[in-house]
Design a protein around this ligand. Structure first.
Ligand SMILES: Nc1nc2c(c(=O)[nH]1)N[C@H]1C(S)=C(S)[C@@H](COP(=O)(O)OP(=O)(O)OC[C@H]3O[C@@H](n4cnc5c(=O)[nH]c(N)nc54)[C@H](O)[C@@H]3O)O[C@H]1N2
Ligand SMILES: Nc1nc2c(c(=O)[nH]1)N[C@H]1C(S)=C(S)[C@@H](COP(=O)(O)OP(=O)(O)OC[C@H]3O[C@@H](n4cnc5c(=O)[nH]c(N)nc54)[C@H](O)[C@@H]3O)O[C@H]1N2
Ligand code: SF4
Ligand SMILES: [Mo]
Length: 705
């Protein structure tokens, strides 16, 4: 075969890949023509081909209870079983007893067909995705501050800024190619360009910072308002921008007055001088770019954290220009596509909202379903599904392209709820996975390389992910499975898609005239190269014309002005106390991807990380007599886990860190999420997966408890 161009299926950087070589000796390299990655790849992209054929789920399997073994069944039997169950539930418990939990690893086409089935045909908004655990605070923040979702900046800004403020993001490990672009530029510019990293860990990102602010977990709003307080005190604010393009400044200013430098330094656990340096560099910089990811979003005040960062940009007019803006990095390869296709329980395709009657009507009409079919009630969020299972309100749970038996909060409670599910469908590419243990029906999914469709990266660039292999056994694309169920339920007219390109053609029509306008894109055009939205149909040459949003200071709010938030901080949902004196934070390693379904099957990556671990500062380890490399027991109010200790000054005293990657299939008792709690941000409903109170013990003490 010649070469095929596609997109890396891991992180939201969305690197372009080129696959070349004969079918039995395929190799991968970076696509030099791709605008986002310019030919670069990290270890995950470089090794992706090695995982594709190991331990695949190749045919449907079913069982009547979780204690029985699975039996192979045909697709017809599987689809009949689903349709029969759905029909019965629509009559007995109503549409809201049906829930689907999807993933930012869906293609946009998968997402779109799922929305049409669940929201448009079945009439429930119970579609949520793992993106709820990932970027929903960024979505809420953008919507509240700008009147619409959508990251305003682009990766080129990483090479055009004077000051990169990286808060709650380990970009070097988790968005490596985007970070490499900055790193090269930073180095070349010498002292002129500053990198400030705010993170309780001295991560690979913090290692190359000009200033690392090792703040206490949960003190981000203090830090950001503290910087704003100083900028206001020094008069380093953009008065004209504030007057012409914003609203709510006075309330914000009143709030800022309380965030005095001494109070802020104390609450963040940093030196006042460092706070002043971070603010001074901001004041002195022509162009400031903030980037963030899970250290901000995964918080019970996640939306407020996001908005406080946006406030700082509004205060200083740092938006809508090259090298400037508040830029959330999306984690998964197509979390952005999920937003565009309406893949959360409060969204509809084309950046529309369930809560907006006109939005519902427009989508109903387009889908040719009866008026009022789309429910005006927002659906269950991720944790709401668990609560629904606990209360017996969920009759069918359909999970696809995510592994909640590892990644959900409060894992013991999650597993107990999954045990109670009357009927769980699990649609995944691999077997076994942890969540398969909680399923009644397993559906084999075609994955990346075996199906075509689109993905949108953090900077709004849409890339066609092209199939270049056949799916193994009977595996099918997710969208095809959803469409087949739709047809079986009698919605023939709605699901007559010949291929993924036809799904895409239909979907983009729903984006016409919307902030995420992609109506000028189609698969043929995307096969020639990636395109950035907005990309309306009437664009003459389909070139990327709008690299940055809000260049004219015109926002999507009714007044056209961006809104200051004036959000006070409430701190952590579960602060440390005498019984549980440390804060556990949980995150990622450079080589592994989430629950290891792929990376755990790649020898090179397994060798990089032979086991999980707990990072603990010597100040906390010494009094406990902990020795580097020896096992420690970590307890929270909800669970217990055991890890080898890694005694290191790379973690702030009072905080401990564990990776999220080891579910029960990959290590005994090292499930970090057994410790976490399910408290959520009231606005985004995103759980605070980044912090819970724990106590660390030596294993001998286990029997005493
Ligand atoms: N290698 C690799 N890359 C990935 C992924 C992967 O699994 N592996 N997953 C992808 C996905 S889906 C996502 S969402 C992204 C996540 O990307 P990141 O958000 O960069 O990764 P995390 O390690 O989850 O968390 C980032 C940092 O938040 C810090 N942190 C914890 N609490 C706080 C706090 O209260 N305040 C601040 N300021 N910082 C805090 C942690 O110490 C950690 O270093 O990565 C994507 N890229
Ligand atoms: N404590 C703590 N918990 C966290 C986080 C954290 O930082 N701290 N991060 C959270 C975040 S940001 C995220 S994104 C989640 C990630 O958590 P998950 O989504 O649970 O993790 P993955 O391992 O990415 O699961 C993806 C699954 O999809 C399958 N798959 C891959 N491609 C396809 C496909 O095309 N179709 C189908 N049907 N299946 C496919 C894979 O085999 C795998 O089983 O974890 C969350 N949990
Ligand atoms: S940076 Fe992300 S998208 Fe790029 S190769 Fe690595 S994992 Fe893939
Ligand atoms: Mo994520």
């Amino acid at each position: 075969m010649d070469s095929v161009k596609t997109i890396c299926p891991y992180c939201g950087v969305g690197c372009g890949l080129e696959i070349f070589g004969a079918a039995d000796k395929r190799r991968v390299r970076g696509d030099r023509d791709h605008p986002s990655s310019q030919g670069l790849v990290c270890v995950k992209g470089a090794t992706i081909l090695e995982s594709l054929e190991r331990d695949r789920l190749t045919y449907p399997m079913m069982r009547s209870s979780l204690t029985e073994p699975f039996q192979r069944i045909s697709w017809d039997q599987a689809l009949d079983a689903i349709a029969a169950r759905i029909r019965a539930l629509l009559v007995t418990q109503g549409p809201d007893s049906i829930c689907m939990y999807g993933s930012g690893q869906f293609l946009t086409e998968d997402y779109y067909v799922a929305q049409k089935l669940i929201k448009g045909c079945l009439g429930t908004n119970n579609f949520d995705a793992n993106s709820r655990l990932c970027m929903s605070s960024a979505v809420s923040g953008y919507i509240r501050s700008f009147g619409a979702d959508g990251p305003p900046a682009c990766y080129d800004d990483l090479e055009q800024t004077d000051y990169l403020f990286a808060i709650g993001t380990n970009t070097a490990d988790c968005h490596p190619i985007a970070f490499n672009r900055f790193r090269k530029y930073h180095k070349a510019q010498g002292d002129r360009v500053k990198l400030v990293v705010a993170d309780p860990r001295r991560t690979a990102t913090a290692e190359v910072a000009d200033l690392h602010l090792a703040i206490r977990p949960g003190s981000d709003i203090d830090l950001v308002h503290g910087i704003a307080h100083l900028l206001w005190q020094w008069g380093a604010i953009a008065k004209d921008f504030i007057i012409d393009h914003t609203e709510g400044f006075e309330a914000y200013l009143t709030l800022l007055k309380d965030y005095t430098p001494d109070r802020v330094a104390d609450r963040c656990g940093i030196d006042r001088a460092d706070l002043e340096t971070a603010a001074r560099w901001w004041a002195e910089s022509e162009r400031v770019l903030s980037i963030w990811s899970m250290g901000i979003n995964q918080s019970a005040e996640g939306t407020a954290k996001v908005r406080s960062i946006i406030d700082l940009h509004l205060l200083t007019g740092q938006i809508g220009r090259a090298g400037a803006g508040p830029f959330s990095l999306t984690g998964q390869p197509n979390a952005m596509g999920g937003r565009e296709a309406g893949g959360l329980a409060k969204l509809l395709p084309g950046y529309r909202l369930i809560s907006n009657a006109a939005d519902r009507a427009a989508v109903e009409q387009f889908w040719q379903v009866p008026t009022g079919r789309i429910s005006p009630r927002e659906g269950r969020d991720a944790w709401g599904i668990i609560e629904g299972l606990e209360r017996g309100e969920v009759g069918l749970l359909w999970i696809a392209a995510t592994n909640p038996a590892v990644s959900f909060p409060d894992l013991n409670r999650t597993k107990a709820a999954l045990q109670k599910s009357p009927f769980t469908i699990y649609q995944d590419a691999y077997y076994p996975t942890e969540t398969a243990a909680y399923a009644h029906l397993l559906l084999p999914a075609a994955q990346w390389s075996e199906k075509s469709g689109t993905m949108t990266n953090s900077e709004r660039v849409v890339t066609l992910s092209q199939a270049f292999r056949e799916p193994p056994g009977e595996a099918r694309a997710d969208w095809e499975i959803f469409a087949a169920v739709g047809r079986r339920l009698g919605f023939g007219a709605q699901f007559q898609f010949g291929d993924a390109a036809a799904v895409h053609r239909e979907f983009v029509q729903l984006t016409a005239g919307r902030p995420c306008d992609m109506s000028g894109m189609d698969h043929d055009l995307l096969a020639k190269g990636a395109l950035q939205w907005p990309c309306p149909r009437d664009r003459p040459d389909h070139k990327n014309l709008t690299k940055r949003l809000y260049e004219k200071g015109q926002f999507h709010t009714p007044s056209g002005r961006a809104r200051f938030s004036a959000c006070d901080t409430v701190g952590l949902a579960e602060p440390p106390d005498d019984d549980y004196p440390l804060v556990l934070t949980i995150g990622r390693l450079y080589g592994h991807w989430h629950t290891q379904t792929r990376t755990g099957r790649i020898d090179k990556i397994r060798k990089m990380y032979p086991e999980p671990f707990l990072e603990i500062h010597p100040t906390d380890a010494l009094p406990l007599g902990l020795v580097d490399g020896e096992p420690v027991v970590v307890r929270s109010r909800r669970g217990v886990a055991q890890f080898p200790a890694r005694v290191t000054t790379a973690i702030a005293p009072g905080t401990v860190f564990a990776p999220m990657h080891w579910g029960f299939l990959w290590a005994d008792g090292a499930e970090a999420n057994a410790l976490t709690h399910p408290a959520v941000c009231p606005d985004s409903l995103q759980p605070e997966l980044k912090a819970c109170a724990v106590r660390v013990e030596r294993p001998e003490k286990m029997g005493d408890k």
